[in-house]
Design a binder for this molecule. Sequence first.
Ligand SMILES: Nc1ncnc2c1ncn2[C@@H]1O[C@H](COP(=O)(O)OP(=O)(O)OP(=O)(O)O)[C@@H](O)[C@H]1O
Ligand SMILES: [Mg+2]
Length: 255
Amino acid sequence: MSTTPFISVRDLSIGYGDRVVQQGLNFDIHKNDIFFVIGGSGCGKTTLLKHMIGLIAPSKGEILYEGVNYYDSDDETQLTLLQNWGITYQSGALFSSMTLAENVALPLQLYTDLSEKQIAETVAYKLALVGLAGYETFYPAEVSGGMHKRAGLARAIALDPELLFFDEPSAGLDPISSLRLDQLIVQICKALDSTVIIVSHELPSILSIGTNCVFLDAQAKTMLDAGDPKHLLHHSPQEKVRQFLSRAGTAETER
Ligand SMILES: Nc1ncnc2c1ncn2[C@@H]1O[C@H](COP(=O)(O)OP(=O)(O)OP(=O)(O)O)[C@@H](O)[C@H]1O
Ligand SMILES: [Mg+2]
């Protein structure tokens, strides 16, 4: 694994207008990491993601993608970065009036010069990768919640992104579907040589597939620790982090 950070977050403040949600964030994400953003409800995990995917400019500090600051870049550089990012939203956010295949085809039609035949082949391949071969002509309302999430993932990987963002990918899934989704994320990360950033509360996911993480604290309005969650579970100097990862302090940290 390369030691040069793929993403560097430096003295970052995040929030909305004058409202600071988190400050003093400093951490690195390495290529091929499965990086979790963790912490209690309302601490700012989704807010951090919004800053990382180009939706909200930080009020202070910077996020560097292989040395490039999205917010300081020209339109062309921003578009190149955006095309290398796959984003799946909590709800899946598929277009309900379009079939699964049409949903996955959309980014390919918008951003590539592929022919209709090539697009159809790519769509079939991506749907097969997430275990949805044969469901091309189904509408989002005609598939289960877990299939909906996997179709959202197929759309997010349509352009072979080098960076994939997920906000609570397994929320609302049963433990088995959640485990399958974790395995799928690892498999896709390997197949596409991608780096993954996941917001999640799911301890089994965090501890089984996470290679790196940052813990945000709502009270302190800053990160308490960062690193491999399996290591932090026993060795974080912050009791709150150890408690969170062992579920011991759940009631207190999620208030
Ligand atoms: N659009 C907004 N404008 C102003 N404040 C907001 C906005 N969205 C969220 N917040 C506030 O920012 C803080 C962090 O919210 P955020 O959604 O990032 O938390 P979270 O860690 O993702 O929580 P959860 O685990 O419940 O999803 C909260 O206090 C929330 O009220
Ligand atoms: Mg959230």
